[in-house]
Design a binder for this molecule. Structure first.
Ligand SMILES: Cc1ncc(COP(=O)(O)O)c(C=O)c1O
Length: 372
């Protein structure tokens, strides 16, 4: 089965372990295991696990984990949740389960490449719904409606959005749901960054709470800072979950019991994790905003949610060359827009430790000085 190279993964894999200041990361400052257990008040956690027999465990995810995940939504029951190997595993399973050759799949672009390349590899006719800087990187619903055809099986969005940090608000999300419903298509809403709102008064419901046709995917990596667990999930109606389960039997059996138990613990005290992470995001967003305001060579649409921003630069060099020089000269790691097929842009992650962000931005400014 042919598939396009996953550009951002290739670039990250090549460089992330050899850089001093990593501003390319999308997760909010990952926990050490010790920090996590301390925040949960469960330093004795592994003592308790000693008696646990390492079987396959619960195939779809433990009842505690599925209940904890269902609690993140308004109208989702534990049976409507399926645990997967990261949001990447969750998304893959949705495509594998719902998309057939010849189907039309409409995906936002730029985007996390998985959201359009996997469907293409499965033989779908993928149509890109372009998001633009001038539109604050938000979906134009008229354009979406025009892309819909009789074969449309799936519409794919990402909220909050990687790489721009744009946030589809409730009104716009309802309009997108209505288009999917009218087309008789499913709506996959990748909600890997859900809950990471920059402004305290922002809140957007999950697509799965708005429409029967919606499938939401989620991640323990970004808002929960637990990327090392490699867990994510799908939330959807019974018929979709059943379809995903049918396909999942061939790929997963179950996820790790230990990861499952740690993830269930995280959900039990999700409020503590969100408190920690929103503080990081909001502090760092302020620092980055002031930096961008002060830097004539860089402009942006300020991100409203998530942990990343898409910076537009004015330098007369490709985004990849810029990033490679920045690594070589300053040890600072950003992702070139070329990884999203968007020349002239750079993705920066601001979910890292505040000191890392500050040091990285200081060096990035030094790097830019001669070009001003
Ligand atoms: C939009 C989006 N979806 C899914 C993923 C995969 O996340 P996970 O670590 O949960 O597999 C990422 C990771 O960067 C992402 O940005």
């Amino acid at each position: 089965m042919k598939i396009d190279p996953f550009l951002v993964e290739k670039f990250m894999n090549a460089h992330e372990h050899n850089v001093e200041l990593n501003l390319a990361e999308t997760c909010v400052d990952p926990f050490t295991l010790g920090e996590f257990l301390a925040l949960m008040g469960r330093e004795d956690f592994f003592e308790d696990l000693k008696e646990t027999r390492l079987t396959y465990g619960f195939i779809e995810g433990s009842p505690e984990l599925r209940q904890g995940l269902a609690n993140l939504y308004d109208h989702v029951k534990p049976e409507n949740v399926l645990v997967a190997g990261g949001a990447i595993g969750a998304n893959f399973l949705v495509f594998y389960s719902l998309v057939e050759p010849g189907d039309t799949v409409i995906s936002v672009f730029p985007a996390y490449q998985q959201l359009y390349s996997v469907a293409k590899s499965f033989g779908a006719n993928v149509k890109l719904l372009h998001l633009r800087y001038e539109d604050q990187w938000l979906t134009d619903v008229d354009e979406l409606a025009e892309l819909v055809d009789d074969e449309t099986k799936l519409i794919v969005v990402n909220n909050p959005h990687n790489p721009t940090g744009s946030l589809i608000d409730t009104g716009l999300l309802k309009e997108i749901c209505a288009i999917a419903e009218k087309a008789g298509a499913y709506l996959l809403c990748d909600e890997s960054y859900r809950g990471l709102y920059v402004r305290p008064d922002d809140f957007v419901p999950s697509a799965v709470d708005l429409s029967e046709k919606a499938v939401a995917t989620g991640s323990f990596s970004k808002p929960f800072s637990l990327s090392g667990l490699r867990l994510g999930w799908i939330a959807a109606n019974e018929q979709i979950i059943e379809e995903c389960m049918l396909h999942r039997d061939y790929t997963t059996i179950s996820n790790s019991m230990i990861d499952d138990a740690l993830a269930a613990l995280a959900l039990k005290h999700a409020d503590r994790i969100y408190e920690r992470n929103l503080k990081i995001i909001r502090t760092n967003h302020g620092i980055l905003s002031r930096w961008v305001e002060d830097e004539p060579l860089i402009e942006w649409v300020p991100p409203r949610a998530g942990s990343i921003a898409f910076l537009r630069h004015n330098l007369k060099m490709s985004s990849e060359e810029l990033c490679l020089r920045l690594i070589r000269d300053k040890g600072v790691f950003l992702v070139p827009g070329s990884c999203f097929e968007m020349e002239g842009f750079l993705r920066i992650g601001y979910g890292c430790k505040t000191e890392t962000l500050k040091a990285g931005l200081t060096r990035f400014k030094e790097f830019l000085n001669p070009y001003r």
